[in-house]
Design a protein around this ligand. Structure first.
Ligand code: GLC
Length: 432
């Protein structure tokens, strides 16, 4: 069982050691707390009000439009326009980077994946949420607040949290598997029912980083050690990646899942083609309520299976940030407050089965009734392991994705993939 004793120091050590020293030369006005230079973009338009744009990835759960409608009815002079990006985390990231680089004042408020705060803040692209732009975080899950904080300054406000969960067909398996081995042992049930056994997200993008990190953490390995150095050439990391590789070799993880991102894997599960699925909480609402779902009453949720008890999820989720180039930062601030309010957080949970960032909502009777897995989710979030915190995160993630993908495809041995990952993360940390 992974107890919090082991996880806590890892979480603390999630900060990539060398990167912190290597990121001194940030551009722009952020990069380490405070509002930057007195006349830099972070000091401008702080009191300005007017129309703004909110940028976010594909609204799979249909929560954004109703929220913006509600806001716009109450704020006719400060209307929000929704700019919807694609559903790939990597494309969302690149779109934000391009628009920050272009100093696009129309990208006012943006959804920031928990792994991007360090990079965007170090570049000076995010408005520090302090002074008149401060956001109250006292009632939020500490891990979500930590994900929005860089160099002791809050740069992004928690919006929705995320942890990996195991969706399983309760009509076909006697009980949820608690370990990876137990789950693999149930794959003959999948075969008898002419369906795939297990899927996660294995296309070459951030989702593969998540699935790889979870496999490694779950087997007792770590991406970084306590001093923040990569530590991938260990028997535990090897055992973790081997689990995925063997899954592909045996067919317990169907070959076609190598192209799966979140949505493809959700749809395969909803179509009744999978016995087990690793995915985020948003899947619950859609698999339960979408008319096309063939599994509406046939599935349940359990913690990710581990080595000898629950596995370790990666901490996911999204925060909201305000661009330093925004024209209307006072409106942007109020919109961020609206997103983090208890009403909106409850709406996210009821409408989209998204994980609230407000601690109290996990005990809210109405929510617990509608979302019976909330206690499992809260435990998964509390025990979730953050991905490395570094301004060079894209390079770190690429090192993990590329090498994991090559191993899953049988193009590299697990040992080689881990050695190459170790090497590439070390280079990324040096800023090269
Ligand atoms: C989810 C998570 C996010 C993660 C992404 C990977 O959106 O909330 O943190 O990076 O999936 O695809």
């Amino acid at each position: 069982m992974f107890n919090s004793k082991r996880l806590a120091p890892v979480a603390a050590a999630g900060v990539l050691a060398l990167a912190l020293t290597a990121c001194g030369g940030s551009t722009g006005g952020g990069g380490g707390g405070g509002g930057g230079e007195a006349d830099g973009p972070a000091s401008q338009n702080l009191d300005a009000r007017g129309p703004i744009t909110y940028v976010q990835g594909k609204d799979n759960s249909d929560v954004v439009r109703p929220l913006i409608k509600k806001w716009n009815e109450a704020h006719p002079d400060e209307k929000v326009t929704f700019k919807e990006q694609s559903d790939s985390a990597d494309q969302q990231h690149d779109d934000l980077v391009q628009n920050f680089q272009a100093q696009n004042e129309e990208y006012d408020v943006m959804s920031v994946d928990v792994i991007w705060t360090a990079e965007f803040a170090a570049q000076g692209w995010l408005q520090p949420l302090e002074d008149e732009l401060a956001i109250e975080t006292g009632d939020m899950l500490p891990a979500t607040v930590a994900s929005g904080t860089y160099n002791d300054t809050l740069y992004t406000a928690p919006q929705s949290s995320d942890a990996g969960l195991l969706y399983y067909r309760k009509d076909l398996v006697p009980k949820a598997p608690e370990t990876w081995e137990e789950m693999m042992g149930m794959c003959d049930i999948a075969e008898e029912n002419d369906m795939g056994c297990y899927a996660g997200q294995f296309a070459k993008y951030e989702g593969l980083t998540v699935n790889t990190v979870e496999a490694i953490n779950t087997a007792g390995g770590d991406i970084l050690d306590d001093s923040g150095k990569p530590t991938l050439e260990t028997p535990e990391a090897k055992a973790g990646l081997t689990n995925l590789v063997e899954g592909f070799e045996t067919g317990n993880i169907p070959e076609q899942t190598i192209t799966f991102m979140e949505e493809q894997s959700r749809i395969a599960f909803q179509d009744g083609d999978l016995l087990f699925l690793r995915n985020w909480p948003y899947v619950y609402g859609l698999a339960k309520n979408e008319e096309s779902s063939k599994v509406q009453d046939k599935f349940a949720i359990a913690p990710l299976p581990g080595r000898d008890g629950p596995g370790a999820s990666a901490l996911g989720g999204h925060n909201v940030g305000i661009s330093v180039y925004s024209d209307n930062k006072a409106t942007a601030h109020d919109f961020v407050e609206f997103i983090t309010s208890p009403e909106t957080q409850k709406f996210y949970a009821l409408q989209g089965s998204l994980a609230p960032v407000l601690t109290d909502l996990y005990d809210d009777p109405e929510l617990v009734k509608e979302l019976p897995y909330l206690p499992v989710l809260k435990t998964s979030i509390e025990n979730a392991v953050p991905r490395p915190v570094t301004p060079f995160y894209p390079a770190v993630s690429k090192a993990i994705q590329d090498n994991s993908y090559a191993a899953l495809q049988g193009e590299k041995s697990v040992d080689q993939a881990l050695a190459d990952m170790q090497q590439a993360i070390t280079s990324a940390a040096a800023g090269s």
